[in-house]
Design a protein around this ligand. Structure first.
Ligand code: FE
Length: 230
């Protein structure tokens, strides 16, 4: 696992960080708000709603996307290290040039007509997920004050809408890690390190894709830091 070097200069605080964290106290679920009623109105999904092809971001268009083909795989675990099965894992990312297929992305890097950059899958009985995609490029923040390290956005729905977890995964060895303002907004070094995937040579396919392994821990002392954590 690659850690940001301790001698690196402190990145400028990310101006958008306050927007990504709650500004009001959490609203407690009480008898009046009826937690079971909340769950009844949450999205419902199952294996029939998620296609195996949804996890392969390189096969969503007639042609293959540009960029370095990669596998991103790992497990979703609870605080005791037990696998969390049947979790909806969703990802979204920039293309290999660092451009999102989104109308608000004004970065002058090229769009890729063969890459949308979104995928999803359900964890299996061992809590495992896996995506085939291309390595995302770095891109500048919209105000061009700094560059983002390459990253993939992750969302895990949990077993109820109220458990939704959103975070970002980074790549080991990225020279931008010490300068990334979003990563730097995570206060504890251990939490930052847990957001960085590990290169997995064994899982890599010599003829197809390099592999990165990244586990998500939903709660407990080793929990994956999320957007919205305090
Ligand atoms: Fe991003």
């Amino acid at each position: 696992m690659t850690a940001p070097p301790s001698s690196a200069p402190d990145p400028v605080p990310y101006r958008g960080a306050p927007e990504r964290h709650p500004r009001r106290p959490h609203h407690p679920l009480t008898a009046a708000t009826d937690p079971e009623a909340v769950e009844l109105t949450a999205p419902v999904f199952g294996p029939a709603d998620v296609d195996a092809l949804d996890a392969d971001l390189t096969r969503q268009h007639p042609g293959a996307p540009l960029g370095e083909r990669i596998t991103v795989a790992g497990r979703v675990l609870d605080r005791a290290g037990r696998p969390v099965r049947g979790q909806l894992v969703e990802i979204w990312q920039a293309n290999a040039s660092g451009r999102y297929a989104h109308r608000r992305d004004r970065h002058p890097a090229p769009l890729d007509p063969h890459f949308t950059g979104v995928g999803r899958c359900l964890t299996d009985d061992h809590g495992r997920y896996a995506f085939t995609t291309v390595k995302p490029g770095a891109y500048p923040l919209p105000d061009e004050s700094a560059w983002r390290a390459a990253h993939i956005h992750f969302s895990l729905f949990g077993t109820a809408l109220t458990q939704r977890l959103i975070t970002q995964m980074y790549f080991p060895g990225d020279p931008l890690l010490p300068y990334d303002q979003v990563l730097a907004s995570v206060p504890a070094a251990a939490d930052r390190h847990r957001l960085i995937a590990t290169f997995d040579h064994q899982l890599s396919d010599p003829g197809d894709a390099l592999a990165y392994r990244w586990d998500v821990v939903l709660d407990g002392p080793a929990a994956t830091r999320t957007e919205g954590s305090r």
